[in-house]
Design a protein around this ligand. Structure first.
Ligand SMILES: Cc1ncc(COP(=O)(O)O)c(C=O)c1O
Length: 721
């Protein structure tokens, strides 16, 4: 017998023909999903074709030989003596653990896994609204072990009812020792936790590692279900036949009762026939496949050690799935997938699929294919890394050149201060209700300011000044300490309504602060550099911070003040839930701002964008594409002097015109300075969509947008870790 490689393209194989849905391309060399590119064992092909030729396809029972063959296999190769009546059916092991989640737990119950782990286990928990507990394995190089203390603590703290155990472990390739398995089982027994032991990879044992069925290590019957299948060992996943072993009568009765309710209790005849033939006569074929897999592994290990020694290669004890660490080169899944797919043309399972972004720098490579495919993959990775490193070296050289040039220009202007970011976070959030500035809209508790600060930090800002109200100081500082303050210098200034020129009386009933012009003055004593100013409750997107940082790095007042602002296209800035205030910009032909018209009520009316100045009695069109200000300005410190000088007259104006609600707006001052010929304001552009929380209903939009941006790799899962 000799192993025959099959080109499976065009055979409706998920691995080859289903690549598009996962990778958006069908041109990659697939080394992902765990099946094999070899022709099935002759014994299986013969049994299936005999059955198809000779047996009418009427309703069928599982053949006796199916049970006997499996029982003999399990006893002979794994020392597990299974009784026939313990064996239940499921089409796939994955269905088996989905059903177990439904059968053994209630919504909200904790289900624990040892991560990184085969991702359908995580989905089984999430898809059924159970609480997923991921107890990370401890990594030392590419060796993984279990933190038993943490495992027990996680169980206790999270009301865990079920442990889905992957043994041998996919993707890290561990074969667990008897000691490890026993310890896990002891903990589960102690805390009344059911265990599903997925042993589908049981037949792939390497060197002197020996898979030990969990059930053989103690009397765990009352809380253990073992799952396995011939599908992995003999590459017959399409036959949809898996073996669920439940020795305990009561537990088995529950399983069967569950199956009655969903009316799935046995599989199709071909699945039984294929599995029986495999267990009965397939050993020789399996040994051949294993020899091929092991030699592929040794090849990958040796070649990568020589040609790409920085790639960490998993030590394969079990499975045919190789865990590769690319952490010396990449951090995010976006970087990894860009390298693997775009540069190398390879489709791997990505580390983050197995439990989140902390595994992003890893990939899982399927070794069960031809040597030619494995060689091609190794060549592409090694060549890809060489090319990438050359490009990185070139980029580093250019960066060093740019840094040297910047240092030169700093020498020429030694007093030049680096731009800082000023965040106005003292608004009341009256329309939204509550302290919108500290609403946690990110998937890991981030507030909008976290995204703003992250973008600013990435753009080069090292210092941020947050203008807040004294009342929220404690909460606000705690949020900063948790994240941004780990990377940036965060300073605070406090906006206080009573901080106005002496002699001016605050009108009774006024609770609103005096507006953005007044807010900036709260930081007058700490602003000593060019600065960008933003609203706390607006999301601006990374591009804006890059352009404004670059501009401010060179901004210098001459005959005129040298200011700038980032404009957005009006349609990218509106709320679906009501009107908003926007500064509509007009520019001269050099791209300098001519004026800003503050429109306090601007909104979509059908497919038109319009504003009103008379509470909706009349509406004026604003064309799509019109640049508007989102209060993202860049100033030199000269603006402070101007704001100070203009504050008294503006407060008097407010007292006259609208004593309770009137405000002293930055755009108004900026417009005045332009009119007076004192300032040039360069308009920079952002094509990004702006997000903000003007209305409570806007919140979900922002939450979804930020989650998507994380998924797209624009942000890491945890911004500040
Ligand atoms: C650990 C593990 N369990 C289960 C499965 C799939 O099981 P089935 O195809 O029987 O649903 C796989 C396939 O890769 C696996 O690795």
């Amino acid at each position: 017998m000799s192993l025959k490689y099959i080109d499976r393209r065009g055979m409706d194989s998920v691995k080859w023909d289903g690549m598009w849905s996962k990778y958006g391309s069908d041109e990659l060399l697939p080394l992902w999903i765990a099946d094999m590119d070899f022709e099935c064992a002759d014994c299986i092909r013969d049994a299936l074709s005999d059955y198809a030729k000779n047996v009418p396809l009427g309703y069928a029972m599982p053949p006796d030989d199916y049970y006997d063959a499996f029982i003999e296999w399990e006893s002979k190769y794994h020392g597990y003596d299974v009784k026939r009546e313990w064996i239940c059916f499921s089409p796939g092991v994955v269905s088996g653990f989905y059903w177990s989640v439904l059968m053994l737990t209630k919504p909200g119950d904790g289900v624990i896994t040892l991560t990184p782990v085969y991702y359908p286990m995580l989905n089984a928990v999430k898809d059924n609204d159970r609480k997923l507990i991921m107890c990370d394995l401890v990594r030392s190089g590419m060796d993984y072990s279990i933190d038993f203390e943490r495992f027990e603590q996680d169980i206790v703290e999270n009301g865990v009812k079920l442990f889905i155990f992957c043994s041998p472990a996919n993707p890290v390739g561990r074969i667990w020792t008897a000691e490890e398995i026993k310890k896990l089982m002891e903990i589960c027994e102690k805390h009344g936790v059911y265990v599903v032991s997925d042993e589908i990879h049981q037949d792939f044992e390497w060197e002197d590692h020996k898979h030990i069925p969990t059930a053989t290590l103690g009397d765990y019957d009352s809380f253990l279900i073992t799952m396995t299948s011939a599908s992995k060992s003999f590459n017959i996943a399409a036959a949809q036949n898996s073996i669920i072993i439940i020795p305990d009568d009561e537990l088995r009765a529950r399983y069967k009762d569950f199956q009655n309710r969903i009316h799935v209790s046995s599989g199709n005849a071909f699945g039984y026939v294929a599995a029986a033939a495999a267990y009965r006569k397939g050993r020789e074929w399996l040994e051949e496949v294993k020899a091929q897999i092991w030699s592929n592994y040794e090849y990958v290990k040796a070649q990568l050690a020589e040609r790409a020694p920085e790639i960490e290669v998993g030590s394969l004890q079990g499975t045919y799935l190789l865990w590769l660490g690319l952490n010396k080169y990449f951090q995010t899944q976006e970087e990894v997938s860009d390298f693997c797919e775009n540069r190398c043309g390879l489709a791997f399972d990505y580390g983050s699929w197995f439990g989140g972004d902390r595994f992003a720098p890893f990939v899982r490579m399927n070794l069960s294919t031809s040597r030619e495919n494995i060689e091609e993959a190794v060549n592409k990775m090694a060549d890809g890394l060489t090319a990438m490193e050359a490009e990185r070296a070139e980029a580093a050289r250019l960066e060093a050149e740019a840094a040297a040039a910047a240092a030169e220009s700093e020498k020429a202007d030694p007093d030049r201060k680096k731009p800082v970011l000023v965040i106005m976070a003292a608004g009341m959030g009256s329309r939204y209700g509550g302290l919108k500035q500290i609403d946690q809209i990110g998937s890991n508790g981030e507030i909008i300011i976290d995204f703003t600060l992250y973008d600013a930090w990435k753009a080069g800002f090292e210092t941020a000044i947050c203008i807040i109200k004294k009342e929220i100081e404690e909460d606000f500082k705690a949020l900063m300490e948790r994240g941004a303050a780990k990377h940036m210098n965060i300073l605070y200034a406090y906006q206080d309504m009573t901080d106005i020129p002496a002699g001016i009386q605050i009108p009774e009933g006024r609770v609103k602060p005096w507006g953005t012009g007044h807010a900036i003055l709260a930081a007058r004593n700490i602003i000593d550099a060019p600065f960008a100013v933003v609203n706390a409750d607006d999301y601006y997107g990374p591009g804006a911070f890059k352009t404004i940082y670059d501009y401010l790095s060179h901004a210098k007042d001459g005959d005129k003040y040298d200011y700038c602002m980032v404009a957005y296209q009006v349609e990218n800035t509106l709320s679906e839930h009501g009107s908003v205030a926007r500064g509509v910009c007009t520019m001269d032909d050099q791209g300098h701002l001519k004026k800003i018209d503050e429109r306090t009520k601007i909104q979509w009316n059908g497919d038109k964008i319009q504003f009103t100045e008379d509470d909706g009695a009349s509406w004026t069109d604003v064309p799509v594409g019109t640049p508007v200000s989102m209060n993202l300005f860049g100033f030199t410190p000269s603006i402070i002097t101007e704001l100070k000088a203009r504050l008294p007259e503006n407060i008097y104006r407010i007292l006259r015109e609208n004593p309770l609600k009137g405000e002293f707006y930055i755009p108004i001052v900026t417009s005045e300075l332009i009119q007076e010929g004192k300032a040039d304001v360069k308009v920079l552009h952002s094509p990004d969509k702006w997000y903000g929380v003007t209305y409570k209903e806007d919140r979900q939009l922002v939450v979804d947008a930020m989650l998507n941006k994380k998924k797209e790799g624009i942000y890491p899962d945890r911004l500040w870790d």
